[in-house]
Design a protein around this ligand. Sequence first.
Ligand SMILES: Nc1nc2c(ncn2[C@@H]2O[C@H](COP(=O)(O)OP(=O)(O)O)[C@@H](O)[C@H]2O)c(=O)[nH]1
Ligand SMILES: [Mg+2]
Length: 245
Amino acid sequence: MNDVLIIIPTYNEIENIDKIIKSIFDLYNGVNILVVDDNSPDHTSSKVIELQAIYKQQLYLQIRKGKSGLGPAYIHGFKWAIKKDYNFIFEMDADFSHDPRDIKVLYNKCKEGLADICIGSRYKEGINVVNWPLGRIALSLFASYYVRFFTGMNIKDPTSGFICYKRNVIEKINLDMIKFIGYAFQIEMKYKSYLSKFKILEIPIVFTDRKYGKSKLDASIINEAVFGVIYMRIKSFFSTDYYEK
Ligand SMILES: Nc1nc2c(ncn2[C@@H]2O[C@H](COP(=O)(O)OP(=O)(O)O)[C@@H](O)[C@H]2O)c(=O)[nH]1
Ligand SMILES: [Mg+2]
């Protein structure tokens, strides 16, 4: 798996970052990790720099000026990945909600040509969410129906942030036209891939709520998604520039 880059965006993940990096490298020899940190006040990046001494040529860090959301952090990471010629590019959270053991499953589907984008899906087979309050499950499930209704995409978990992309997907999407920053960013990436007719596959995963640190979800992220989905649908009618280079 030496053609794989796992991008982990971080904001105040000091309690998780070393554990997640170690557990990924313990499982997979060849993969590389890029942490995109928004200058976390808890010094998440210092921990990464410490670990770079152990994981030379395997662990990379990009520090951005300040907190600007998940979407811009990933766009930064995607551009970096394309420059460095990785073939399989992952989105993954730092907080162990995504099980590192599932990386291989998503990778294999893309490698075998069964998918251009493989999504780790909480809702592909039932509801596989552990320790989330009922309110958050309800919100997330509602988002799933809402997105399907407005976009017509047959994806059960459109806000999932555990994804393997083949390089050509990231190359084709017009990253400079990606507008959103939170859950809407996750929906936007999938919708644009769908409009470009890439093969999208969902694989059931178990999502576990974080044990350490705090979620960065807030009301503005929910608002952005509610209005963003309608915006995306309308924009998609007009021009392919909206989603393709
Ligand atoms: N660089 C960066 N990372 C972020 C930002 N917001 C969230 N993240 C990271 O994105 C991942 C998912 O965020 P999280 O708060 O766990 O979202 P939740 O799982 O939906 O509650 C975690 O690794 C966060 O540290 C941000 O503004 N900038
Ligand atoms: Mg989380």
